[in-house]
Design a protein around this ligand. Structure first.
Ligand code: SME
Length: 150
């Protein structure tokens, strides 16, 4: 984690409220990917009609641009309304594979009030890439998105 980039991003985060939703989501994904080189794929899924729809991402194109609620770790974060931090995706039967390189995944719910409305999804090529610092940081960003865009 690049602490300096992280701080600068957190200080300037309010500037995203001046953008339209799509541009803001894309910008946030890009910044997150820059802040930590272990964040190999960063996406924002939004819940629409019982589907998770990929609104913005940085990294390789995925075939999972829409995920039916119930599938994958992405759904688990919504259904449980909590962070899913999987250190070893291949050991988790719920995992829905996107990229062969992925070893660990962090999914953090975006909430409107208490209700989950989407999520930030991060894939890493490293096993166990995400710790409590990542969870807290990404939750802060997810809360910002929930407060300003939903
Ligand atoms: N791995 C996710 C699917 C989305 S991709 O990581 C982009 C899952 O298990 O739900």
């Amino acid at each position: 984690m690049d602490q300096k980039l992280k701080e600068t991003f957190l200080k300037s985060i309010e500037s995203y409220t001046n953008m339209d939703k799509k541009a803001a989501f894309q910008g946030i994904c890009a910044q997150l990917a820059r802040i930590n080189s272990a964040y190999n794929w960063v996406g924002i899924y939004v819940l629409r009609n019982d589907k998770l729809v990929l609104d913005a991402y940085v990294g390789e194109k995925t075939e999972h641009e829409q995920i039916a609620l119930g599938d994958g770790l992405c759904s688990l974060a919504i259904v449980k309304n909590e962070i899913i931090n999987e250190a070893d995706v291949l050991a988790n039967k719920k995992y829905l594979a996107c990229f062969p390189e992925t070893k660990s995944e962090l999914v953090v719910p975006i909430r409107s009030g208490e209700k989950p409305v989407g999520e930030i999804d991060i894939d890493s090529d490293n096993k166990g890439a995400f710790g409590i610092e990542d969870e807290e940081f990404i939750q802060k960003i997810a809360d910002f998105i929930g407060d300003h865009f939903f």
